[in-house]
Design a protein around this ligand. Sequence first.
Ligand code: FAD
Length: 323
Amino acid sequence: MSEVIYDTIIIGGGPAGAAATVYAARKKLKALLITSDFGGQSAVSSDIENWIGEENITGLELAKRLEKHVRRQHEIEVKMPEKVAAVAMNEGPNCIFEVHTDKGDTYRSKTLIIASGARRRRLNVPGENKFDGKGVAFCSTCDAPLFQDLEVAVVGGGNSALETVIDLLSYAKKIYLLIRQEEMTGDPITQEKVTKSPQVGIVKNAEVQEIIGDQMVTGLRYKDRKTHEVKELKVEGVFVGIGSVPNSDFIKNLVQTNENREIVINHLTAQTSKKGIFAAGDVTDDPFKQNNISAGDGVRAALSAYNYILNTKKYSPCAEKEE
Ligand SMILES: Cc1cc2nc3c(=O)[nH]c(=O)nc-3n(C[C@H](O)[C@H](O)[C@H](O)COP(=O)(O)OP(=O)(O)OC[C@H]3O[C@@H](n4cnc5c(N)ncnc54)[C@H](O)[C@@H]3O)c2cc1C
């Protein structure tokens, strides 16, 4: 275990974690950033049109810029790639947080900023794992070119499914969009782009039950939620775009989470239910999951961690017991 006790450890290198890191440096906190990668979820996006200050930027370019900005803060230590596996609270006289990583390292800190975002949600139906990489895909930016002139299905009705459809328009011959409800939930502008295309067929009230195939995907079975009829659709690819699950497992023993596994925060301070632990971005119960919002949340969390350190005499997450 390292002898160093950091002022703050930031977990995650997406927009929230990168922004928190830059602000921690500006406040001269002794900080460590631990992240699996830089850029976060939209690093796979081919086209981001709402990152303020840029009319248009690819996810990859945004990821590079976030990393460059973070690495310019020379006084901040960065551990990448490294994944946090668990966090414990040392309740002894030097009450601090202990962060354990998948490399077997332990780092200690007075405060934590959780900016670990979210990961893709899976359908959890038969065939999804078996054909993962054999026709089942989760990232259209990465895999859309593999489906040139083929017929594919996209599952989901929110932004991630609609953006998947848009990416596929340049490659696939036909795209079936299977939505569970009667209506899509993605941005109206994106919905319009999708519904206008003659390449796209929309299948409403569809609940996917199985992905079928031999060596590769040959189709899927879904239930019509209105008629309860089970139907088969012949496709050579299935893109799953049904949203995300917060990466909160490693911290759920210490902070309150809601039914969606999001970390519950005070939205004025980014404070979680545990003093000294702050959270920002998609891992929290903020209803809006966006790059700009995550970056702003990261700033708020870093400034709150700074205030907390200034105002807490013993720098201690156990302070609530001692006061
Ligand atoms: C395909 C797609 C396209 C999108 N397009 C847009 C768009 O155009 N505009 C927009 O505003 N938003 C877009 N979004 C949403 C946007 O990407 C998210 O709101 C934003 O990335 C959230 O930022 P974050 O920093 O909170 O989390 P994330 O981006 O999820 O970053 C979390 C970071 O934490 C790391 N991490 C996770 N767990 C651990 C761990 N245990 N230990 C260490 N590191 C960990 C991850 O590797 C990652 O670097 C898109 C999302 C997707 C999926």
